[in-house]
Design a protein around this ligand. Structure first.
Ligand code: FO1
Length: 311
């Protein structure tokens, strides 16, 4: 019988782990549960960056050097919108806009995000199951010294230059897990928390009532993969966020965030010396290869992570 792996994911690190496990165990083995706190409405379009990064990564369409959007893009539509006075600070390529048009139209007709996402995945030829954490509206807000900012205003508009003082998930209390999310967690042979930013990629998933409880009651191992390697994030502002939010910017600092929620912690070989301290937190450490920048490296990382977590 094939295994079933549920992966909580957001952003680039999330999409890479989904790809890694899909390469190692087969796409059908994977249910990816994606963050929607980064979603935005811009130029009348509904954009779901973290879901799209998973779709584009698996469909081999991602611009791997930027880590978002479609490779070999053109920007005719956005250029024209900008010349006509529209918002052009959030870079939407022409092919990407095509996907947003389809999603937006179907959402306006009243279809839930989960069924639209499932159809997009199917149309792209994917066999991974990709679920938004919720079909309801939940938006990440970032507290800074300049006041509270929408996630993408902080991240893209202001290039995440403002120190983060806190994070909040607007609307989370009223949301429900999307269909299939709780079942995927409860029925999995392994639940993985991807090497995504805990504060703005994983916490918004756990903010959906019911998801954290499902993780805590899962009979399968729940394993968090460290997004910090040698004290640095592969990409993005996580290391500086750890500091401004009062946490040690190392894999051990990440392990402390997940203690009590996960029971396994995967850390890179570069951080092997931290394994005893991770164990002292009550997390079983798995030390293996975790860097997945090169697509060709991912199958082996997926294999090592699964082997360690299921041991
Ligand atoms: N990130 C940027 O740094 N600048 C952009 O202009 C930008 C546009 C964009 C368009 C579509 C999409 O799916 C993602 C996009 N991203 C952009 C990335 C994205 O905002 C963030 O990486 C994630 O939300 C963080 O997980």
């Amino acid at each position: 019988m094939s295994i079933r792996v549920a992966i909580l994911c957001g952003g680039l690190g999330g999409s890479r782990l989904v790809d890694a496990v899909a390469r190692a165990a087969g796409e059908e083995a994977v249910t990816a549960i994606g963050n929607v706190g980064d979603d935005l409405e811009i130029l009348g379009l509904r954009v779901s960056p973290d879901l799209d990064t998973v779709l584009y990564t698996l469909a081999r369409l991602l611009d791997e050097s930027r880590g978002w959007g479609v490779r070999d893009e053109s920007y005719g539509a956005l250029g024209q919108a900008g010349r006509l006075g529209g918002e052009a600070w959030f870079t939407l390529g022409d092919r990407d806009i095509g996907l947003h048009l389809v999603r937006t139209e179907r959402l306006r007709r009243g279809e839930p995000l989960s069924s639209v996402t499932a159809d997009l995945a199917l149309a792209l030829g994917l066999r991974v199951r990709l679920l938004p954490a919720t079909d309801d509206v939940l938006r990440t807000k970032v507290a800074t010294d300049e006041g509270e900012l929408d996630f993408q205003t902080w991240f893209v508009g202001r290039r995440h230059a403002d120190a983060v003082r806190g994070v909040r998930f607007d609307g989370a209390e009223g949301t429900r897990p999307a269909p299939g999310v709780l079942e995927a967690i409860v029925e999995a042979d392994a639940v993985l928390v991807a090497p995504s930013n805990p504060f703005v990629s994983i916490w918004p998933i756990l903010a959906v009532p019911g998801i954290e409880d499902a993780l805590r009651s899962a009979s399968a191992p729940v394993a968090a993969v460290s997004p910090l390697v040698g004290g640095k994030a592969i990409r993005g502002p996580l290391a500086s966020m750890m500091e401004t939010l009062g946490h040690e910017p190392t894999a051990l600092g990440i392990a402390r965030l997940y203690a009590g929620l996960a029971n396994v912690f995967v850390l890179d070989r570069a951080d092997a010396a931290l394994a005893p301290a991770v164990e002292a937190l009550g997390l079983r450490p798995v030390v293996c290869e975790t860097v997945m920048v090169a697509p060709e490296s991912r199958g082996e990382v997926g294999r090592q992570v699964l082997e360690g977590v299921l041991a």
